[in-house]
Design a protein around this ligand. Structure first.
Ligand code: FES
Length: 128
């Protein structure tokens, strides 16, 4: 459903919903900028395909769970398919927010994206 906060933005149909099942991504080019569109458990998210660390193609990285440990050697996996790992130096980002996992204020640019009927629609400001 379209969001009223997108009414002054540029609308881009970037995929059919069927093309982008949960756990998948599609990288699109809008105004010369690459943006990764992700389906995480049926909700859509979009991130700029530029890692804030050193400019790597972040959206081409592996999609992973969050690995947690209370100490010792036991680990657990949470938030399946919500973490994106940059292919250059393995920094990890939350696909839903664009924030780096290690707690700095570093984040990748995010965009508003949603399902409208059978389309996945991304909204950008004039400045992409
Ligand atoms: S460029 Fe992405 S982690 Fe270094």
């Amino acid at each position: 459903m379209a969001d009223d906060s997108n009414s002054n933005k540029h609308r881009h149909v970037v995929a059919k919903v069927d093309e982008l099942p949960p756990g998948e991504r599609k990288i699109v080019k809008i105004s010369g900028r690459e943006i990764g569109v992700f389906n995480v458990h049926g909700e859509f998210y979009a991130l700029r395909n530029v890692c804030p660390h050193k400019g790597g193609p972040l959206c081409k990285g592996r999609i992973r769970p969050l690995i947690v440990s209370a100490g010792g050697t036991d680990v657990a996996y949470e938030r399946e398919d919500e973490i994106l790992k940059c292919p250059w130096h393995q920094w990890e980002y939350d696909i839903k927010t664009g924030e780096a996992l290690f707690g700095s204020n570093l984040r990748v640019r995010t965009y508003s994206v949603c399902q409208e009927d059978d389309d996945v629609v991304l909204y950008t400001d004039r400045r992409v």
